[in-house]
Design a protein around this ligand. Structure first.
Ligand SMILES: [Zn+2]
Length: 290
């Protein structure tokens, strides 16, 4: 007989009885699904040039600035290639999708790995707050169009120089409309306003019933995207339950999960300090026993 923690049973019932379900998904969900940015062994073997200069993980590279444009694009081409091309649609996302079927749900994610769309979640229920790794746009915002990064990163990947981990300057991506430097279409991308308006409308509608908020794998890398707004929504509403599912990466020593719940919302909240894969697996088993 399988044992379930009281928190997981509480979450299961909250999902069943909610009128609206708001999911906030951070890097911890993809990490639990098998795509981790904290794998230090992978980093050392894949990026020896940067490992020799004191960097220890892809997560650690998010805050790195001391590189040339040609080094930055070489790194991003390979990192995005790993995330978008080498990593398949991850099955853990299917478990979440199954759990949400027939529910009125919306997903807010800080992830740029496209795993929700690649697992056929409907686009109209998804707000990719930080955009996506698979698109480029103009650094001068000359047009509203973003375009696929794939052809350019494939060219870059063939030209990465091991001596200084850079690409030749001729491979730097340019805007096809005005010739200005291109940039990855994340953390500020052309369709942001449209996606945000759709999400805001759903959030407004959810004031009409019981809202179950489930935050999965969200740390403090970009707390303004999910963590802080979700705590605020929980504080402002009466018909709400808030669940925080988070655990530290198993392949890293750094502590980034922070499972704590602020005191003012504690009575409406529940922290589940477990790996998201374990939680989703147990929820699935509970659902199948019905
Ligand atoms: Zn342009």
């Amino acid at each position: 007989m399988k044992k379930y923690s009281a928190e997981i049973i509480q979450l299961y019932h909250a999902i069943q009885s909610a009128d609206y379900i708001l999911i906030g998904a951070g890097a911890g969900l993809s990490a639990a699904a098998g795509l981790s940015y904290a794998d230090e062994e992978l980093f050392r073997s894949r990026y020896p040039y940067w490992a020799a200069r004191g960097r220890y993980s892809e997560y650690h590279m998010f805050s790195f600035r001391e590189w040339t444009d040609t080094q930055q694009w070489a790194y991003m081409a390979d990192h995005v290639h790993r995330v978008m091309d080498e990593t398949p649609p991850l099955p853990l996302y299917q478990k979440l999708k199954h759990l949400l079927q027939d529910k009125n749900y919306y997903i807010l994610t800080s992830n740029v790995d496209r795993q929700f769309l690649r697992n056929q979640f409907p686009k109209e229920r998804l707000f990719e707050y930080q955009g996506s790794y698979d698109l480029l746009c103009c650094s001068q915002a000359c047009s509203c169009n973003a375009w696929s990064f794939a052809p350019e990163r494939n060219r870059m990947l063939q030209h990465i120089q091991t001596a200084d981990a850079s690409i030749p300057p001729d491979d730097l991506p340019l805007c096809p409309y005005c010739g200005a430097p291109a940039r990855l279409a994340f953390r500020d991308y052309p369709q942001y306003a449209e996606e945000k308006a759709r999400y805001d409308a759903w959030l407004k509608e959810s004031e009409n019933g019981m809202l179950c908020i489930i935050e999965i794998g969200v740390g403090f890398n970009s707390p303004g995207v999910i963590r802080v707004p979700f705590e605020r929504i929980t504080g402002e509403r009466n018909l709400v339950r808030f669940f925080r599912i988070t655990a530290d990466y198993s392949d890293s020593d750094i502590e980034i999960a922070y499972p704590e719940i602020p005191k003012p919302i504690a009575a409406k909240s529940c922290s589940i300090n477990l790996d998201a894969a374990l939680v989703l697996e147990q929820l699935e088993t509970l659902a199948s026993r019905k």
